[in-house]
Design a protein around this ligand. Sequence first.
Ligand SMILES: Cc1ncc(COP(=O)(O)O)c(C=O)c1O
Ligand SMILES: N[C@@H](CCOP(=O)(O)O)C(=O)O
Length: 463
Amino acid sequence: MRYVSTRGQAPELSFEEAMLTGLARDGGLYVPASVPALPEDEIAAMAGQPYEEVAYRVMRPFVGEAFSDAQFRTLIDAAYGGFGHAARAPLVQLGAGHHLLELFHGPTLAFKDFAMQIIGQMFEAALTRSGSRVTIVGATSGDTGSAAIEAFRGLAAVDVFILYPHGRISEVQRRQMTTPTDDNVHALAVDGDFDDCQALVKDMFNDFDFRDGVALAGVNSINWGRVLAQVVYFFTSAVSLGAPHRPVSFTVPTGNFGDIYAGSIARAMGLPIERLVVATNRNDILHRTLESGAYVKEGVHPTISPSMDIQVSSNFERALFDAYGRDGAAVAGQMSELRDSGGFRISQGAYEGLKEIYGSDRVSEEETSATIKQALAETGELLCPHSAVGVAVAERHLDPSVPMITLATAHPAKFPDAVEDATGVRPPLPSRMADLYERPERVTRVPGELAPIQEIIRERIAS
Ligand SMILES: Cc1ncc(COP(=O)(O)O)c(C=O)c1O
Ligand SMILES: N[C@@H](CCOP(=O)(O)O)C(=O)O
């Protein structure tokens, strides 16, 4: 399996190279040169299998020679063994034809753990074999950072620097990143929003002296390995509702478009997904784009679903690449327009291609709170604000003939203030995290500028 850049100008890589590389050297994102289709009987045979077994069957064709079959199975078992639910991603019924996929039973209580835990295992195995080391730099609106720190803390061959927007994440999210005591963990609070943090990370990748000098690696969803691991739960949940003999739809709370793009890969592999519905909060660039065909950047608005406070949605580039018939030059052109003029118009053909797969909707702050309250009253399920955005949108897109699965992307205890405001119930943290508020914090405040952050990274990895 070879990997190509969405901008068509970077060298083709193997799975392991693409995973360790992060952003392509032409500024694009790596995608598989072709997506393998799974025969219907192989999809049907996933029913009733443990999560780890389905993970192996779904991911194996993409991994190529990077790991032997036996080693890959061992890495998968190690990745998911610590999850707090036997099913890993349990599916619960919310109402007639509406199901909730709980993706928050991993170590840091968000869906990011599904990918980050296996990426951590794969990085460790690959770096041990090569004897090399890397510097991971990631941008977070709250959940990627804590999941990355949990997956990589204490590894001798890795330093992990996480840039988060100062004052724009929940206290639990911040403490998850600032309280680990491992020397290889570095939390950086940036004066700016998530888009600024993500742009800084991409600028570091595009500064080749810096990139090569520190052996830069990325674990945001620019990394194909992140997207791949997220494909798995689309299979486990759809199959448990009767796929491949019965189609299903998904509603996905969306920010950087990584999770829902993973759904489109499951669809391309043969999973009968009728619709993939993008659910956004007030930061609605994706909804506006899918409504109008014009991708136009605005400022980031703080909301009670802060992990989705994103306007420049990194993985939309991968969806555009598919919609443009895998024409890297067309994607590169649109990305230059975005950089130079803050937006672009998608060609009619590509726009129609996107509309065939994706639906979309936006949810206000009031509706988000009301949905948290209503779900608790009617179903007993305590939703985090991101999951509530998904549930509110899904309820508007229900089709009596196709079951809808909404992704519950984080645990309510990560956002106790928003949940308490909506319901009067303050969700407790799991007992293993009960002293989170007492642990000392370690964080460096930085301006939203490239040079000083690069300087800090150079100094820290030299010491
Ligand atoms: C809790 C939560 N929900 C939803 C999202 C949006 O996911 P994606 O960025 O993959 O679209 C994020 C962040 O990415 C998140 O942390
Ligand atoms: N919501 C994310 C933003 C980064 O997304 P990623 O999937 O590209 O890592 C977060 O919680 O950090």
